[in-house]
Design a protein around this ligand. Structure first.
Ligand code: B1M
Length: 210
């Protein structure tokens, strides 16, 4: 069992998206729990890449292909990560804030929320604050999710909170936030509604709001 998870992790680190997709499929067939495949295969591989990136042992191109393999592998898991038997109705907008191109965490949050029956309007990455407001209004959604992975872009989340205030729409939405540098203290400080440290708790909180 550990072998296939290691293989997933190693192929992800080498950016072999096609092999990762095949191995994730095989792990599912072998009956491994999807959350285990995600945590100990895909995210374990991403963790190694993250540490090597920090230590200047790998660079942006290697990280990009690993990220692509991560997203492809996660797509295979998507239908299986849905919590069985639980159906929450509702819609939410999600995006990575302006200046930030990281989308793996956002995609996982989206996936987990979809798994809980929430229809997700994905604005992608590098999303200006005004776009979050427009999309929430256009689609009449009660939840807005912001992701930020850089210390230099997490301040943009405050921009989103302020943009909703300026548009007179702050009380119509719950603003949920997350991403590696984001904390509960930051959430309280900028006046967002909810901080989630991971995708599963974000989905849990969204269901509770709805
Ligand atoms: Co970037 N990068 N990166 N990078 N990158 C980090 C974030 C960094 C920590 C690496 C490092 O130095 N150790 C560092 C930031 C340092 C800092 O700000 N203090 C960094 C840097 C510096 C940069 C560049 C500036 C590098 C450069 O160009 N010199 C550059 C910036 C580009 C930009 O955005 N403008 C850059 C670029 C990139 C790539 C494009 C190469 C690639 C992104 C590809 C992609 O996303 N498609 C990349 C990657 C992959 C990383 C690391 C290695 C991995 C991030 C990741 O996907 N983690 C990262 C190192 C690390 O984090 N250890 C790093 C896995 C993911 C599942 O976790 O996103 O935290 P995470 O999501 C979690 C939770 O945080 C939470 O749930 C998720 C799942 O449980 N969550 C939410 C996330 N969003 C949420 C929203 C919610 C709720 C929960 O709303 C409700």
């Amino acid at each position: 069992m550990a072998d296939i998870l290691n293989e997933i992790s190693e192929n992800l680190q080498n950016g072999k998206a096609k092999v990762v997709v095949e191995l994730v499929g095989k792990a599912i067939e072998e009956g491994l729990p999807p959350q285990k495949i995600l945590d100990e295969g895909l995210l374990a591989g991403m963790g190694v890449i993250g540490a090597k990136f920090k230590a200047n042992e790998v660079f942006v191109p290697e990280v990009l292909v690993a990220a692509r393999a991560m997203n492809k592998g996660a797509e295979v898991l998507k239908p299986r990560l849905a919590a069985e038997g639980i159906k929450a109705k509702g819609r939410a907008v999600i995006g990575t804030v302006k200046g930030d191109l990281h989308d793996i965490g956002k995609n996982l949050v989206k996936m987990m929320m979809e798994g809980r029956g929430i229809e997700m309007i994905d604005l992608g990455v590098d999303v200006p604050a005004s776009r979050f407001v427009e999309a929430a209004k256009e689609n009449d959604v009660p939840i807005v999710c912001c992701s930020a992975l850089l210390t230099t872009t997490m301040g943009e989340i405050k921009g989103v909170v302020d943009a909703f205030k300026e548009a007179g729409a702050r009380d119509r939405v719950k603003i949920m936030i997350g991403g590696a540098p984001v904390t509960q203290a930051f959430c309280d400080q900028i006046g967002a509604d909810s901080y989630a440290p991971d995708a599963a708790s974000a989905a849990e909180a969204a269901v509770a709001f709805i």
